[in-house]
Design a binder for this molecule. Sequence first.
Ligand code: KG4
Ligand code: ZN
Length: 330
Amino acid sequence: MIILGIETSCDETGIAVYDTERGTLAQQLFSQIDIHRQYGGVVPELASRDHINRTIPLIDTCLQTAGISLSALDAVAYTAGPGLLGALLCGSAVAQSLAFSLSIPSIAIHHMEGHLLTPLLDNPSPPALPFLALLVSGGHTMMVLVNAIGDYDILGTTLDDAVGEAFDKTAKLMGLPYPGGPELAALADTGDSTRYQLPRPMTQRAGLDFSFSGLKTQVRLLIEQAPPSAHPDIAAAFQAAVIDTLTIKCRRALKQTNAKDLVIAGGVGANRALRQQIEAYCQSNQVRLHIPPQNLCTDNGLMIAHAGAMRLAEANKDYRIDCQARWPLT
Ligand code: KG4
Ligand code: ZN
C-alpha cells in the first residue's frame, strides 16, 4: 500500500509518501517561520494562505522523488485536527479531492496520533504493546498508555499550558524570536541551571497531570528582577525544572503501569537535554526508550502518512470526517 500524507495543522506544510512494503519513499517540509517571525507567533490567516500555495507543489515534488504517479496511491491521509481550522481545511480539501478523483480512501488522522505512532515507523525493534507515551508538543502534554493502535488511555494531561507553549511563552518573555522553544533551549545550554531554583510543578502530589503556567509566571518574576545577562541562567533553570518534572512523571507512570517501553513524541521531544536525561533514566532502569529523530519529533507529513497506513490496516472503517480544531484523542 502506498499512502500520501498531508500535514497542515499549524505553520508547517508536511507532505510524504509512505509504502507499507518499502518504507519512506519521499518527504517534503516547508516551514513558515519566516512568514510569522515578524509577528512573534503564528498568524492563522497567513498560515492558511501559505498552505494553499505550497501543498500541491510539494505533493508533485514528493511523487517525483518517489518515482510514482498519482495513480500508484492507495490512500491519502491528512491531519483533520486538532489545529488551526483554516490551516486544517487546506490539507483536508486537497486530500479529500485527490482521494475522490482517484477513487481511493481519504483517512482523517488525529495529529497527536501521528506523533504517537512515529516511533513505530521504519523501526526494526518497535515498542512492545502496551507501551507508555509522553506526548509533548506546542498544544498538548499527555501521558498515554497505548494498549493497541487506536486504543489509548490518557493517564495525565496538562491543566493549563502545554510544555511547548510554556517554552514558547517563556522565550517571548526573554525577547527571543519565534519559534521560542528551540531558541530558549539553545540559550539554556549556555547557562547555569543551579543559579536559580524553580519548582517542579505537580510532582509533590499524586497523579500524572501537569501544570506549567505557574512556572512561566515564576520565570517572569525572575526576568523582571534580573539583568539580561542572567537570561541564560534563567533559561537553564526553567529547562531543568521542566525536564525534571517530565522525568518524575515518566518514572511514576512506568511504575504505575509496569510498562517496559517508553515513547517520547511531539516537538519538545527534539529537546537535546530532555532526550539525554530521559535516556539516562531509562538506561539505569531497564526501560526501552523510543524517541524519533529530531526532525520527526516536530511536525511532518511522514507521521501522517504512516499513521494513515496503520489505520488503513484496520478493517472496514469510514475515515471521512470534517476537520476539527478541537478533537480529544480518546
Ligand atoms: O509537535 P510540534 O512541532 O507542533 C505541535 O504539534 O504543536 O511542536 C512544536 C513545539 C513548539 O512549542 C516548539 O517550541 C517546541 O515544540 N520545540 C521545542 C524544541 N523544538 C521544538 N521545545 C524545546 N526544545 C526544543 N529543542
Ligand atoms: Zn505536532
